[in-house]
Design a protein. Structure first.
Length: 121
């Protein structure tokens, strides 16, 4: 497994962590202390704000799981990957693509996210 795959695996572990203590631990393992995350719906920085954004997404989509689609692709300190948000029935109403910058220690220092598919409101 490459360092890109490791980073992406830790990223999804954070997004799928359920309990607050598990979430805090997963965020610390995946992201640097001052990591930033920006997508069309969020612009946060640091472990506390990252955990709050993740928790908010989990509350908006209870019982859903973030799952990687395809394979991660990277060069230098950049990695890009796609994902979908999967319901218990297997449907995936939300999908996106992210580009992350990795720090020297392999954790993510920033993420820029794009929403490729969102449910109609």
């Amino acid at each position: 497994m490459t360092s890109y795959d490791d980073a992406v695996e830790r990223y999804f572990a954070a997004w799928n962590a359920a309990a607050p203590e598990e979430l805090a631990k997963a965020v610390a393992a995946a992201f640097t202390e001052d990591a930033g995350y920006t997508d069309p719906l969020a612009d946060v920085r640091g472990h506390e704000e990252l955990a709050a954004a993740i928790s908010g997404a989990q509350q908006q989509f209870p019982g859903f799981v973030f799952r990687q689609t395809g394979t991660a692709d990277g060069h230098h300190s950049l990695v890009r990957f796609s994902w979908e948000l999967v319901a218990a029935d297997g449907s995936a109403p939300v999908a996106g693509s992210d580009v992350a910058v990795l720090a020297v220690d392999g954790r993510i220092s920033s993420v820029t996210g794009f929403l490729d598919r969102v449910p109609a409101v």
